[in-house]
Ligand binder design. Structure first.
Ligand code: NAD
Length: 374
């Protein structure tokens, strides 16, 4: 069985597997081929893949010959048409929000796995690319803010006087938010955090941050630990509370998302205009509509000295460890579908079923089936 590791498109610096992961894959009695130059933006040159026993091929060869194609960003429709009818296509295909691609994969009877569909269960944690990339994102967002901020993060007592610690407000305490809290705390900032899920409060406090309480949030135990949409009344109360905290903040990092919906608007224009000049807002939800009214995807906007950074793919700014984590997640998933060097698709396994977009002309993941029926 030939496993192909694809080079990512322009602008994506991660690679789905670094040589160390490929070495493990080869030990499973498989043949692994790497697209030429696939790892160079993550500092893994072709010869480092060859050293562990992989061979280098052109993209065209890989698309036509591989039994399993592994990448991060999805293939184009033209490229999918070049793959073997029996090929398994894997990536972060964004299948729930890309119905045209999903339909094409079903119509062309390919088998496709979309890594963002990995169920968020304890057993699947080691395969969860969303958590891995959120960890990178939360960490990097704080470093980016610290770099832009014209102040220190920690408190200092110096001969030239004392410096008070910067105040950081984190909105959304999921995986990225918690990593941002931990990183900002390590840098010595005074950290405040807010989330609609009460379960997040304990985690925020355990990291040494203060929790901003806004009572009256709607929670749904059936939402698998995710947040749900809030009432207009609650959202207004929340915006007012955030406004009060924002006036004192040096940095705001927003991470609030609701699966399948536009990101909630948490930082209004009036709030940005009232913030201290020099302060920084990093909006990690910019690609799903933004948590800040003035953020623009992949742009830095300056409003009266307040810089608002809208980020789409921050994980790509730390390609080496992001790729390492991605590859490890992939290996843990591939263990479920490769046995003795051959493909072994066990649709009795909820992780395999939950992650599979389609097989044999049919949608498989319950979430994809539900999307099709809605
Ligand atoms: P996410 O990226 O979907 O959202 C980020 C955070 O934003 C969440 O904590 C959410 O509650 C919060 N949020 C949404 N609307 C908000 C609003 N109006 N105001 C403030 N905050 C708001 O979330 P995520 O980081 O992917 O994780 C969500 C949940 O999934 C967490 O409970 C996490 O522990 C859980 N999880 C479980 C696993 C697993 O078991 N394998 C893996 C990862 C995450």
């Amino acid at each position: 069985m030939i496993i192909g590791i694809l080079k990512e498109p322009q602008g994506e610096s991660r690679v789905s597997m670094l040589p160390e992961a490929v070495k493990t894959l080869l030990s499973w009695n498989t043949e692994v081929c790497i697209e030429a130059d696939a790892g160079s933006t993550a500092y893994a040159e072709d010869n480092t893949y060859q050293d562990v026993g992989a061979s280098i091929k052109s993209r065209d060869e890989l698309l036509r010959q591989a039994d399993v194609l592994i990448g991060i960003q999805p293939l184009s429709p033209e490229e999918i048409a070049l793959t073997k009818p029996s090929a398994v296509i894997m990536g972060q295909l964004n299948a729930l929000y890309n119905p045209d691609l999903t339909k094409l994969l079903i119509d062309q009877k390919r088998t496709a796995f979309s890594m963002e569909l990995v169920p968020r269960t304890t057993r699947a944690q080691s395969m969860d690319v969303l958590s891995s990339m959120a960890t990178v994102t939360g960490y990097k967002a704080v470093l980016m803010a610290a770099d832009l901020l014209p102040r220190f993060f920690p408190m200092f007592m110096t001969a030239a006087g004392s410096i008070t610690p910067s105040r950081v407000l984190i909105l959304g305490a999921g995986v990225a938010g918690l990593q941002a809290i931990a990183t900002a705390r390590r840098l010595g900032a005074s950290v405040f955090a807010f989330d609609v899920r009460q379960a997040a409060k304990e985690e925020v406090l355990s990291l040494g941050a203060k929790f901003v309480d806004v009572e009256g949030a709607t929670e749904d135990k059936g939402a698998g630990g995710y947040a749900v949409e809030q009432s207009a009344e609650y959202l207004q109360k929340q915006k007012d509370t955030i406004h009060e905290h924002a006036l004192k903040a040096d940095v705001i990092i927003t991470t609030a998302q609701i699966p399948g919906r536009k990101a909630p608007l948490l930082v209004e224009e009036r709030t940005v205009r009232a913030m201290k000049p020099g302060s920084v807002v990093i909006d990690l939800a910019a690609s799903s509509g933004g948590n800040c009214a003035l953020s623009q995807p992949d742009q830095t906007v300056n409003i009266n000295g307040v810089r608002i950074v809208g980020i789409e793919n921050l994980a790509a700014k730390m390609p080496q460890d992001a790729s390492k984590m991605y590859g490890k997640n992939y290996l843990n998933f591939l263990k479920l579908i490769i046995k003795d060097g051959n493909l072994n698709l066990n649709f009795e396994d909820d992780i395999v079923t939950g992650t599979c977009v389609c097989h044999d002309g049919q949608a498989v993941s319950p979430r994809i089936v539900q999307m099709q029926n809605s």
